[in-house]
Design a protein around this ligand. Structure first.
Ligand SMILES: NC(=O)c1ccc[n+]([C@@H]2O[C@H](COP(=O)([O-])OP(=O)(O)OC[C@H]3O[C@@H](n4cnc5c(N)ncnc54)[C@H](OP(=O)(O)O)[C@@H]3O)[C@@H](O)[C@H]2O)c1
Length: 332
C-alpha cells in the first residue's frame, strides 16, 4: 500500500510517498481502507518538530512514528480474530490519536479504540473534519467552559477547524456567539451562526471600543493570552485556549483562586471510552443537518506536501483532507 512518510523534521517537502506492506489486523483489530484523513495542525507540528512541545509527543531528535495522520474515515476491509463490533464492509471513522498512521491507504486500529460507525448521509471528508475540529470544540465548550444557553461567547480563530465547529456548536446550544477571523472569512463565520464578527486585522477583540464582556473566551488558535483576555471576561468567566504554553499551565492552577478561570485541555489524549460517545453524537448531528463540519479542500495522497503547506499558512477554513483511496476509484 502507499503511505505518506517522513523521516526528519522540516518543511512540507520532508513528507513523501512510499510503498509499505499492507498491515494485517491482529486479534481484536480491524483494518480500514482510508478514504479520508485530515491533515491538521498537530500533523503540521509533528512534521516540523515545532513548536517545542511537539517533540515531547513526536520524538526529541527525529520522528518516532514515520506516518502522520490521527483521523481516518473509510471502510473496514479486514477483521482480526474475535472482532465483535465491526464487519468487513462497514463504513467507520475515528481517531488513532498519538499513534498516527492514517496518512496511508490502510490503517489498523483496535475495535475498542476511538472508532464508530459512519452514518449514511455523512461523507468521509465530513467525518474527519469532525475529528479535526468538533472533537476538540465540543469537550472544550462543554467540559472546560460549562457552556449554557444564553452565555456570551467569543471564539478566536472562528474560521479554523476547531473555531468553525465551536461557533456552530455554541450557537446551536443557544449561546450568543462573536467570532474572530480575518476579512476573507467574515461571511463564512456569520453563516456558521455568529451574531457578530470581529476582523482581527482591524480591531483587537481583547480591547473593544465599548465595554463588551463575555462569559467564555475560547481562543481556538492561541492568538491571545489569559492576561489580555481578562479585560473582556465577565465576572466568573472562563478563558479557554487550545495552545499550550508555560504561562497557561501556571495560570490554570493559579486562576482557580480568582473569579476568572484559565483552562487548557488536551482533547486528543482523552480515552477511547470518552471519545466514542462524542464521535457518535457529532456524526448524528451531522447526519441530521444540525451540524456542518467545515472542509477546506480535499487533495489526493500524492499532494500531501501541498496539504501540509496549506495548514502551515494558518489561514485554512476548516479541515484540509487527503483522500488516500478516492471513493470513486473504490466504486469503479
Ligand atoms: N489542546 C488541544 O487539545 C488541541 C486539539 C486540537 C487542536 N489544537 C490546536 O488548536 C490550534 C487550532 O487548530 P485549527 O486546526 O482549528 O487551526 P486552523 O484551522 O489553522 O485555524 C486557522 C484559522 O485561524 C484564523 N486566525 C489566524 N490568525 C488569527 C488571529 N491572529 N486571530 C484570530 N484568528 C486567526 C484564520 O482566520 P483567517 O484565515 O480569516 O485569517 C484561520 O481561518 C492548533 O494550534 C492546534 O494544534 C489543540
Amino acid at each position: 500500500m502507499r503511505i505518506a512518510a517522513y523521516h526528519r523534521y522540516g518543511s512540507p517537502d520532508v513528507v513523501g510517498i512510499e510503498e509499505r506492506e499492507q498491515p494485517e489486523p491482529g486479534p481484536g483489530e480491524v483494518r480500514v481502507r482510508v478514504h479520508a484523513a485530515s491533515v491538521g495542525a498537530s500533523d503540521a507540528a509533528g512534521r516540523a518538530g515545532s513548536p517545542w512541545f511537539a517533540r515531547l509527543a513526536f520524538g526529541l531528535r527525529r520522528p518516532r512514528n514515520t506516518v502522520l495522520g490521527s483521523d481516518f474515515a473509510g471502510v473496514v476491509d479486514a477483521v482480526g480474530a474475535d472482532v465483535k463490533r465491526f464487519a468487513v464492509g462497514d463504513r467507520v471513522f475515528g481517531a488513532t490519536g498519538a499513534d498516527g498512521g492514517a496518512h496511508a491507504e490502510a490503517v489498523v486500529v483496535s475495535e475498542h479504540g476511538a472508532i464508530v460507525p459512519l452514518p449514511d448521509g455523512v461523507t468521509t471528508s465530513q467525518a474527519v473534519a469532525i475529528c479535526d475540529g468538533a472533537m476538540t470544540a465540543l469537550p472544550f465548550l462543554r467540559d472546560g467552559g460549562r457552556l449554557r444557553p444564553g452565555m456570551r461567547v467569543l471564539v478566536n480563530g472562528a474560521s479554523g477547524a476547531v473555531g468553525s465547529a465551536a461557533v456552530q456548536l455554541a450557537a446551536r446550544l443557544g449561546a450568543e456567539v462573536t467570532g474572530v477571523c480575518g476579512p476573507g472569512h467574515a461571511d463564512l463565520v456569520s453563516r456558521l451562526g455568529a451574531r457578530r464578527v470581529i476582523d482581527y486585522t482591524r480591531e483587537d477583540p481583547m480591547r473593544p471600543a465599548d465595554a463588551t464582556t463575555y462569559d467564555l473566551v475560547f481562543d481556538a488558535v492561541g492568538a491571545s493570552s489569559f492576561r489580555r483576555a481578562r479585560r473582556v471576561l465577565a465576572d466568573g468567566g472562563r478563558y479557554l485556549t487550545t495552545v499550550p504554553s508555560w504561562a497557561i499551565m501556571l495560570q490554570q492552577l493559579t486562576s482557580r483562586l480568582g473569579r476568572r478561570r484559565a483552562v487548557i485541555m488536551f482533547t486528543g489524549l482523552r480515552s477511547a471510552e470518552a471519545k466514542r460517545p462524542d464521535l457518535e453524537e457529532l456524526a448524528a448531528l451531522t447526519a441530521s443537518g444540525r451540524f456542518a463540519p467545515l472542509v477546506d479542500r480535499i487533495l489526493p495522497l500524492d499532494a500531501v506536501a501541498e496539504a501540509h503547506a496549506v495548514v502551515d499558512t494558518g489561514h485554512k477554513a476548516g479541515t484540509v483532507v487527503i483522500a488516500p483511496v478516492p471513493e470513486l476509484q473504490e466504486a469503479s
